[in-house]
Design a protein around this ligand. Structure first.
Ligand code: AGP
Length: 607
């Protein structure tokens, strides 16, 4: 949602903060601001728009050896300079940057206003600065604890007091906060990307913990002032993984990384001689796995679509009842936890509030919930009962691409593991593995043929409405393709089961509403050909994704994108990559901000 950063150290604080905020910009980019402290005063510069706007406003000679910064995704109050963080108290002696939502901020604001506090912004976050001011009696850490004990909602928070030079206090509840330990310097940030250029020694702050940092020390306590011993962890990936490495956009880089990222999801997790998989993080014995009678998956957005693919796989191949549901719906439905059920929470960021809170609700009711995450040490990864990291490497673009193919890769492995515990034979399992291991090469072939997709995107990107149609295991791929197009090109797009169009959506078909139809050479091919003919009979244009050499499809569709032939259940891999490219090139053609589309954020850490 928002990005926060704090720095104590000898380097040029403004540069450290701005550089860190740029690496956090994918979390939210409506407005940004920094507060530099030094020589007994605060200098606050903040502005709406991207961080480069803020950078252009920085005065020369901005000195100071500690400070905080924030990049915002608006939740309360419009996108204005005033609503940008950091916020201060009435006296301008306290500065805070906050990521999260304060659900009881109106009540708190009324009390504080009644007590004479003057507010500068419309935000919920500013309440924190005034609460700290109310309780401040010379000890910032203590005042912060008293303030946050009154807050209902979530916070990832960094704050400073001008009378306590060199100290930054951080606190966390529901929004991520990580501390970086450098050489003679300390960092606090929403996530590791903001600080990895300086240190790989990190400490993950947990909910209801407060951390105090100075240039050379840190101390972590709970809200009752009990000291907490924290483990210092080593970040495993490199800085260049969060650079664009010669690509025009992070999204392009991440699409083209997929042959490698799919391999990373699989590597070390297959047992060829037994034609099965090994997923140690499940924290379940083989016998416990054998007793699983049904699987349920909770997620949001693209991760939900990956869950739908998984549900199809686990039911059709592993013969286990499996459903994927929107986490936001499960949380408030008072779900029934059936015995011998196993849940999976799927989340690239591991911080999506809808998924995190749904997981906590399921666990409260006794469910075992495993996390399928990408970000190591993320909230869902740490609070789940075990799980599997997808190892796709940092995904920076707001539109998720490589995480999707890595998420389904983990589920293909889980499907193999469970199937081989039941009635899948060694031969069938070996064939499954052989086909799975051809996927990186087949995805690479699609990437090599991207020019055709680029041409089609130029031809079609000026249409205002699209339908994406697929069946069976490719129905979720149609949903995902529609999400990709709409979220980065802003073109309206809807995904449907191809069979479903005759139950209403076909009313939308005319010469101005192209349909993108996924037509693998599987047992539903003839049915989908009928759907294509129904569309053509109503003057609808059809772009068909079909197996290379399928001349019949080429005859009936207006345009085709050919994909490599793979075993039926593996088509999601080779169908989604062309749709990712179609969305990317369409957005480029339309001049959209591909990596940071309007209104969106990479990790939605509020409900
Ligand atoms: C996908 O392109 C979107 N950025 C969004 O739907 C995303 O998948 C969703 O917010 C879930 O994020 P997560 O995987 O980090 O939980």
């Amino acid at each position: 949602m928002c990005g926060i950063i704090g720095y104590c150290g000898p380097k040029k604080t403004a540069s450290i903060l701005i550089e860190g905020l740029k690496r956090l910009e994918y979390r939210g980019y409506d407005s940004a601001g920094i507060c530099i402290a030094g020589q007994g005063q605060f200098r606050i510069i903040k502005s709406k728009g991207k961080i480069k706007n803020l950078q252009n406003q920085l005065p020369d000679g901005l000195s100071g050896n500690y400070g905080i910064g924030h990049t915002r995704w608006a939740t309360h109050g419009g996108v204005t300079d005033n609503n940008a963080h950091p916020h201060t108290d009435c006296a301008g002696k306290i500065a805070i940057a906050h990521n999260g939502i304060i659900e009881n901020f109106e009540a708190l604001k009324n009390i504080l206003t009644h007590e004479g506090h003057k507010f500068q912004s419309e935000t919920d976050s500013e309440v924190i600065a005034h609460l700290i001011e109310k309780y401040y009696k010379g000890n910032l850490e203590k005042a912060v604890k008293e303030a946050i004990s009154l807050i209902k909602g979530t916070y990832g928070l960094v704050c400073m007091h001008v009378d306590e030079p060199g100290l930054i206090v951080g606190a966390r509840n529901g929004s991520p906060l990580v501390m970086g330990i450098g050489e003679n310097e300390m960092f606090l940030a929403s996530d590791v990307t903001a600080i990895i250029a300086h240190t790989k020694q990190v400490v993950y702050i947990e909910d209801k913990e407060v951390v105090c940092i100075t240039q050379n020390e840190f101390r972590t306590t709970d809200l009752n002032n009990r000291e907490i011993e924290k483990e210092v962890e080593q970040v495993s990936w490199e800085l260049q993984e969060i650079e664009k490495s010669g690509f025009s956009h992070f999204m392009e880089k991440e699409i083209f990384e997929q042959p490698e990222s799919i391999k990373r999801a699989i590597i070390g997790r297959i047992v060829p001689e037994l034609a099965t998989a090994k997923l140690g993080g499940l924290n379940l014995s083989t016998n416990q796995l054998l007793n699983v009678e049904r699987i349920k998956i909770i997620a949001a957005g693209t991760s939900f679509h990956a869950g739908l693919v998984a549900a199809y796989l686990l039911e059709s191949i592993a013969r286990l009842p499996c459903v994927a549901e929107l986490a936001s719906e499960v949380r408030y439905r008072n779900p029934i936890i059936e015995r011998n059920s196993l849940y999976f929470a799927v989340s690239q960021s591991g911080e999506t509030a809808d998924t995190l809170y749904a997981m906590r609700e399921l666990q409260r009711k006794g469910a075992i919930v495993l996390g399928i995450c990408n970000v190591v040490g993320s909230s869902i990864a740490r609070e789940s009962n075990g799980g599997v990291y997808i190892h796709s490497g940092p995904e920076i673009a707001v539109a998720s691409t490589k995480a999707f193919t890595s998420q389904i890769s983990v589920f293909y492995l889980l499907c193999l593991l469970l199937s081989r515990m039941k009635d899948m034979s060694l031969e069938t399992g070996s064939s499954f593995l052989e086909n799975l291991q051809t996927i990186p090469i087949n995805v690479g072939k699609i990437l090599e043929s991207r020019q055709k997709i680029k041409q089609l995107s130029k031809k079609y990107c000026h249409y205002k409405d699209f339908l994406f149609l697929g069946r069976g295991i490719n129905y979720p791929v149609a949903l995902e393709g529609a999400l990709k197009l709409k979220e980065i090109s802003y073109i309206h797009a809807e995904g449907y089961s191809a069979a479903e169009i005759k139950h209403g959506p076909i009313a939308l078909i005319n010469e101005n509403t192209p349909s993108i139809v996924l037509v693998p050479d599987d047992r539903l091919r003839e049915k989908i050909i009928s759907n294509i003919k129904e569309i053509k009979a109503r003057n609808g244009k059809v772009i068909a994704l079909c197996v290379e050499g399928d001349e019949e499809i080429k005859k009936i569709a207006d345009d085709t994108i050919e994909v490599p032939k793979v075993q039926e259940i593996f088509y999601p891999y080779v169908m989604i990559v062309p749709l990712q490219l179609f969305a990317y090139y369409s957005a480029l053609e339309l001049g959209r901000d591909v990596d940071q589309p309007r209104n969106l954020a990479k990790s939605v850490t509020v409900e």
